[in-house]
Structures are given as C-alpha cells and as structure tokens.
Design a protein around this ligand. Sequence first.
Ligand code: SAM
Length: 388
Amino acid sequence: MTDAITQAVQKLYNTYPFPPDPITDGPPPGYNWRWSVPAAHHFTLGWIPKQWPALQILDAGCGTGVGTDYLAHLNPTATVIGIDLSEAALATAQQRVERSGVAQRVTLRQMSLLDVHQLSQQFHYINCVGVLHHLPDPKAGLRALAAVLAPGGLMHVFVYGFWGRWEIRLLQKAIRLLQPPGADYRTGVAIGRQLLAHLPPDNRLVRRERERWALDNVHDATFADMYVHPHEIDYTVETLFDLIADTGLEFLGFSNPRYWQLERLLSPMPELLAAARALPPQQQYELVEALDPELTHFEFFLGRPPLQRWQGALEQMIPVRSTCLTGWPGRSLLDYDYQPVDLTPLEYDILSQATGDLTVAELLSRVPSATPEHIRDLQQRQLLWLQA
Ligand SMILES: C[S@@+](CC[C@H](N)C(=O)[O-])C[C@H]1O[C@@H](n2cnc3c(N)ncnc32)[C@H](O)[C@@H]1O
C-alpha cells in the first residue's frame, strides 16, 4: 500500500474513524434489510433456499463496524470478516462487536480490499458501502471483490452519485483552496465549519447543508468524510454501469426501487411514460437521474453468475414471513424499507400462517379466501418470502 491516495485516505480515517456511531451493549437497533442475506437474496432473485451453506460474509471497508455488527446480528449463523485500512476504525469495530456480543463470529483484519485474495476464501455475501469511490482505481477494487465472491453470491455496493453532490464538491474545492499547504484534516474541518457558519444564510451551499446534512454533520467525523476527503469519485448512471462492466458481475437492481420508478415522475404524461418504458433499462435509469437529480448515492446489488432466479411452481414453494418487519404481529406494520403498511384481515391471516412449515398449496387450503395472486402480491411487496 504505497500510493499517495491510499495513504491519504488511510490518514483521514485514522484521524476521523467512520462512522462515529456510539458503541452500545447488545444488538444494534432495528435493521437494515440490505444486510440480511435472506432479505437481499429474496429481493434480488425472488426466492430463498431452505438450506443455506455455512454463510461467509465479507464487509469490505468496514470502518468502525456498524455494518459489520448488523451483518453478524441479522445473519445469526454467519461468519463475518471485516477488513479496513484504518487501524483506528478497526479498533472501534472490535470494541463494537465485543460489546454487542458477536465477537466470536467476527474477525477484523487491517488490509486493503485490493489484497482480499490473500484471505484464500470465497464469500457468499460481500458488503461494500462507501468505499470503492475512495480507491484510486475503483474498478480494480470491484474486480478484486468479484474474484472472492462465490458463484451465486451477492454483493451490496454503495457509491456516491454525481448530481446530488454538487454543493458538496464545491465546498470541498473551497476548503482545498483556502487551507495552507500541508494542512491536516482537522484544519480542513475548521475552515469548512467557519465557511458554513458565516456565508450568507441563503447561500446555496449553506442551504443544502442545513436542509440535508446538518444533523449528521454535528460529528466532525461525518463532516470530514463529506467535505475534506482527499479522494472521491462521484458516479452518474453511465459511469456506474461502466464501473460494473467487465467485472463478471451481474447488476441485480438498485436497492431503493421507489426512486427509480418512472411512474413517480411521468404518470401524469402517459405518452411520455410509454416512451420511457420502451427504453432499455440503463436509459430508463438515466432518464430518472436527469429528471430528479437529487440522488446523492447509488445503492445496488450485484451477483456472480450462475444466479438462480425463481422459476418454480408457486404451489410447492414454502411461504415464510419476512424477518424484516416492524410491528408484527399486528396489522399496521413497517415493511422491510420502513414504509408503513396496513394489512387487510386476509393478508394478516396469510402472514400468520407463513411460518415456514406449509407449502403455498397447504396454506391456500387453510385460508380459503386466499388466492395465488394474494401470495404473489405479498411476495412482491417483500412481506412474505418464498422458500424452495
Ligand atoms: C466512508 S467509510 C465507510 C465505512 C463503512 N463501510 C460504513 O459504511 O459505515 C470508508 C472506509 O473504507 C476504508 N477504505 C478505504 N479504502 C480502502 C481499501 N482500499 N481497502 C479497505 N478499506 C478501505 C476506509 O479506511 C474507511 O474506513
């Protein structure tokens, strides 16, 4: 690890380990379904296996271990390896997993994800959040991860978006111009905070910070990660698909599908909506990005072929209630994405029976007014998973 960019990135995260979330005793609060392997598998491929292999999970660029901790708790039999460049971040991650009670299943290693082949193992699930865009060559990073993803394995990736970070890039530039040569990151944070405190309140950079980021940025670590980073690459839909091309990985969809719905923007204009639907998928994404350039990051799933999508007969599948529901048992729930759901009495009855010991055919005979369409609808809304 000799290049100047990587050294500067390591120094930033040794100065300001990220994320700065406090360490608490016991399991982390709530869930992020993207860190539940069954939830991610069902979302991307439409089914989950009845028997899982002994799951091996990699958190590539784990920082202070917030995601690592969730990965261990949401996948209670999995073994998790977290790797990072920053020894300070890893020290916090170690404390976090010890205090939360999963340290026996979590190993933390100081290494670059470019060297991940040295672990000599393959992973069923790789989480790489907020990391690739800080590499000198993100594609080399993605290739290194692809090489250790098991066939049929899934990867969850988060990288920055270009259009929604317009103001961030400008303040980054202003701080770079104003700081003395060789200044450390703390000086950059002080300059950035001074600018945001004293520029006119209706200044666009100040407004964006106030409306969008101020709550997170009370922490200097978050502020530094945003405004004084030594190296970041922001992606558009086009450059994102360039990043993924030729890695041998298949794009399996964005993990925030609501944002990408054409209807959200075009439903009052049926002819334009029809024209948009006729576009190839990447161009549909480019259109949404062009019409709603708020997006600050891309969050998506990749898979290593061969990938088995659900094709079987519905009747023989085993329906299982999603484990990512808040408020169950009850008819008013939050779904996997923390969106409110009001179940009909029939939907509630179906979910009550979906405990993993009946086939769809058996469940339909126990709940006579239920139909295969009800099951499919609950499945598409990710309230119910289908197991095979
Ligand atoms: C923004 S933080 C994200 C931390 C964590 N993934 C999260 O989302 O909370 C980026 C992390 O990636 C690490 N990192 C950057 N380049 C890396 C590399 N080549 N190999 C491993 N880790 C790297 C940094 O040290 C830092 O801890």
